[in-house]
Design a protein. Sequence first.
Length: 157
Amino acid sequence: MTRTSTPPRAGQGWQLILADLALILFLLALSALPAAESEKGRRLADDKARKKDALGTAQLMVAPAQALYRPLSGGPSLGAWLDAQAPDPRATLTIFATHTQGEEAAAWAQAEALAAEARARGAQVRTIITVGPAPDVYASLAYDTVIAKHEDAGDTS
């Protein structure tokens, strides 16, 4: 019976050694960063990126709609539509308006008119205006979380 064993291949060890050296160099450079920052008295990494990571990405929380309203010619007004909905103090009306470039003022005026009509009916209103492929406006009545009132936020009452 013949024993066939593969002889060790020459030249395989250098790849492993090179990978180890690269890892060691990376760890040394990484460990030297805090020391270099403390010596210079300033951050070497991008402050803007650090702040963005620290704050996180803003997540818009919009609950699934219990009812949707879209203004149509010949259709009910937002006030009449709200009167037809079951009153619930936990519900929030979110007005979504999309606009094309340069049409921000028209989208804002249309959304603000709907918001004023809803506030007159006692609804909690928030408005979200974004750029889109075509102008559009609609309202969503949903059980969103409580709208936070911040100094820097717009009118959310």
